[in-house]
Design a protein around this ligand. Structure first.
Ligand code: AVJ
Length: 326
């Protein structure tokens, strides 16, 4: 951690992972419930149970993004590897278990340094240990932090060609302005000439999109409601879980799936000593998941100083990996 430098620059949504400071969780929940349109940032989904539920989501028949991206990555890995220079440093944003990274590392043995960034210390330690064990020639320089905050590359990456990696369409959790700010920060961090490989989920028919976020088994509903369980446990809340319904809606104007928790009746909820009123039908907006076109994403990245160099796209359901050049 000493080899890295940080700034106080933070975005409203800044990464997924357990281990947020409780005070940040409390501040976000209190501020979010006090707004006229109540909202809580999606990064707070990922306590231990939330992380487990998200893993279960990735196995659902309706939730296509993970398996589609993994298949696309496998299929494109050799082509992507040809664009990665000898001795490169691979910097991953929100690395989690580093599962997708292995597909790249297997195809690109010329990568010399792996610098995973993740907010969860436990996930980062476990991933770094297992990558070190399986790739003995690779230097692993992990950074435990919110991935929007890193401002300097590790010393191990100095002088090396830099390749950023941000799979999972996690960039879709940002609003447009946040995504632009993140891409600008990543451009500064990775440096001129760097490559940046980003996974983006693509616009498709509304029924497939809604089903992916409102599955038949109710796992996504449980994932959404778990946020209230976490508030009850960690912040002394008294949310009645049976009085909030899961809703996933397609917002065509913003090109995003929104997840909400809908109050089934008028009610008051106490959290950390404060009372919050809900009308019947009032919602807490808990997540945005933006869907892109390759051209639209290239334009957005262009505003942040990146040029689209190559894109790999799956068949239906459509998902893309893009390689941006700084
Ligand atoms: C981890 C942000 C990519 O938006 O698809 C899955 C999270 N939320 N189901 C997504 C999520 C509900 C996921 N990301």
């Amino acid at each position: 951690q000493q080899r890295w430098m940080f700034s106080g620059v933070r975005l409203a949504m800044d990464g997924a992972g357990e281990g947020d400071a409780p005070s940040e969780f409390e501040a976000d929940v209190k501020a979010g419930l006090a707004r006229p349109r109540k909202s809580i940032p999606p990064k707070h989904f990922y306590d231990a149970e939330g992380s487990r539920l998200f893993e279960a989501i990735t196995e659902l028949p309706e939730y296509y993004p993970t398996r589609t991206e993994v298949a696309l990555l496998r299929r494109s890995a050799d082509e992507i590897a040809r664009l990665i220079p000898d001795g490169a440093a691979l910097v991953e944003f929100g690395s989690g278990a580093s599962t997708k990274t292995r597909i790249l590392l297997d195809a690109a043995p010329q990568v010399a340094v792996y610098a995973p960034i993740d907010i969860s210390a436990s996930a980062l330690d476990a991933a770094a240990a297992s990558i070190r064990a399986d790739y003995p020639g690779l230097r692993v320089a992990p950074l435990r932090d919110d991935f929007t905050s890193a401002l300097r590359l590790p010393a191990e990456a100095e002088g090396a060609p830099v390749v950023g990696f941000f799979p999972g369409s996690t960039i879709g959790n940002f609003t447009r302005d946040e995504a632009r700010a993140f891409l600008e920060a990543a451009h500064r961090l990775l440096g001129p000439g760097a490559a940046f490989i980003v996974g983006i989920d693509l616009v498709k028919d509304e029924a497939s999109l809604v089903a992916a976020y409102d599955d038949a088994q109710g796992v996504t509903a449980a994932f959404n409601r778990n946020l209230l369980t976490r508030i009850n446990r960690e912040l002394g809340g008294d949310f009645d879980l049976s009085a909030f319904e899961h809703r996933a809606v397609w917002n065509a104007r913003e090109s995003r799936i929104e997840m909400h928790l809908v109050s089934a009746r008028p009610q008051s909820v106490r959290v950390a000593g404060e009372t919050y009123r809900f009308d019947a039908g009032e919602t807490i907006h808990t997540e945005n998941s933006h869907k892109f076109t390759v051209d639209g994403f290239a334009a957005l990245a262009g505003q942040a100083g990146w040029r689209l160099e190559q894109a790999w796209q799956s068949g239906e359901p459509a998902f893309a990996l893009v390689l941006l050049r700084g």
